[in-house]
Design a protein around this ligand. Structure first.
Ligand code: TRP
Length: 362
């Protein structure tokens, strides 16, 4: 079986380092590994509209931001198909049929949807489109016969939902759809990178994000005001590592060789942690190290972005080409789905022949 990737992001803002370690960095590695027959990267504008229906301009503006973030991280339109969800109308058609295979109760149990409903204070006024977005996500994934979805932990319930839809579809209509697997980050700290305030998730509305496109000064300021151990008041106090955002970020980003470069007095992260726990290591020193570590990772991305920003029409050209390509793939899947569901009346000569025989016999 072919190995195919599909993944994507909602264009509701610039991408942050949580996106980066959760999925983006991995995608670039997978793209360059040569192990995949096809890599599809989708800007999920239609999904973004499910809870931003009254703010289409926000979604529209952020398409280019996300595309710039993608390409500055190394997603390469010569190797990956980068496209815009709304331009593939076949996805809506698939969703319409998948809706028959999912119950309202099942959607209500989806943990990600549950949390998001709470976060957005929807209560009784949940838009139907938002409520059903896990179904539309199943269309995104199956339309491309994706075997692999590199994504963060929060996407697990979506992939599970997709797998259920695929199994149900295949058992009713015959094997037409491919069951995908999620590919989670292998580093525990990257599964769900906390915000700079220590809150569980980086989110634009909480104002606790470090963006890939933040300049050096902004990055420094954000790191210097990061949440650490609130009881670690004096340098000599023993400090806690658990729930200490600066150390979680070091877990996610630091590489052994960076100790030699910036903190040669420590053999590695374990030794730094031990010193902090014992007492005698100040937050500022650890934060300065984190700044050097992140700066090393983000500076090349920033520089590439500056280059790409010089030719915006080219970025739109890339997205248009990607969308044209994606539409062709999705159309093939849709046709396979309609055949399986027996709603292919006009290209089924056998159906027409059998029906006319039936009437002749009467
Ligand atoms: N739900 C994803 C997010 O919030 C975006 C998305 C839409 C997606 N369709 C997808 C991710 C299909 C993976 C696969 O970022």
């Amino acid at each position: 079986m072919k190995k195919i990737i599909l993944t994507g992001d909602r264009p509701t803002g610039r991408l942050h380092v949580g996106h980066y370690v959760g999925s983006l960095k991995r995608r670039v590695e997978l793209q360059n590994s040569g192990e995949y027959d096809k890599v599809n990267i989708m800007i999920a504008d239609a999904q973004a509209l499910t809870d931003n229906a009254d703010n289409p301009e926000k979604v529209r503006q952020n398409i280019i931001e996300v595309a710039l973030d993608y390409m500055s991280c190394g997603l390469d339109p010569n190797k990956s198909t980068i496209f815009i969800q709304s331009q593939i109308s076949e996805l809506c058609e698939l969703s319409f049929y998948y809706m028959n295979l999912v119950t309202v109760a099942r959607l209500q149990r989806n943990p990600t949807v549950k949390t998001e409903i709470k976060m957005r204070n929807f209560e009784a006024s949940i838009p139907v489109g938002f409520f059903t977005y896990p179904i539309s996500q199943a269309s995104d994934i199956t339309a491309f016969d994706a075997t692999t979805v590199p994504a963060g932990e929060d996407q697990m319930p979506m992939i599970e939902q997709t797998r259920e839809i695929v199994r149900r579809f295949n058992s009713i209509y015959g094997e037409a759809l491919v069951e995908p697997d999620i590919l989670l980050p292998s580093n525990q700290a990257c599964l769900r990178l906390p915000g700079t305030d220590g809150k569980a998730k980086m989110s634009k509305s909480l104002g606790n994000c470090i963006y890939l496109s933040d300049d050096s000064d902004t990055l420094r300021k954000k790191i210097m005001s990061m949440y650490t151990d609130p009881d670690h008041l004096k340098v000599s106090d023993p400090g806690k590592i658990e729930g200490n955002t600066v150390f979680t970020y070091l877990d996610a980003f630091s590489k052994p060789e960076q100790f030699e470069r910036y903190l040669p007095e420590y053999a590695g992260l374990d030794e730094l942690k031990a010193h902090y726990q014992k007492g005698g290591l100040g937050d500022v020193k650890v934060k300065k190290f984190l700044f050097s570590v992140l700066e090393e990772e983000l500076e090349p991305i920033r520089a590439k972005r500056k280059e790409l920003e010089k030719d915006i029409p080219y970025i739109y050209e890339v997205l248009k080409k990607g969308s044209d390509d994606a539409r062709q793939t999705a159309a093939q899947t849709l046709s396979r789905v309609k055949n399986a569901m027996k709603i292919n009346y006009f290209d089924d000569a056998e159906l027409i022949r059998a029906q006319s025989e039936k009437y002749k016999a009467e």
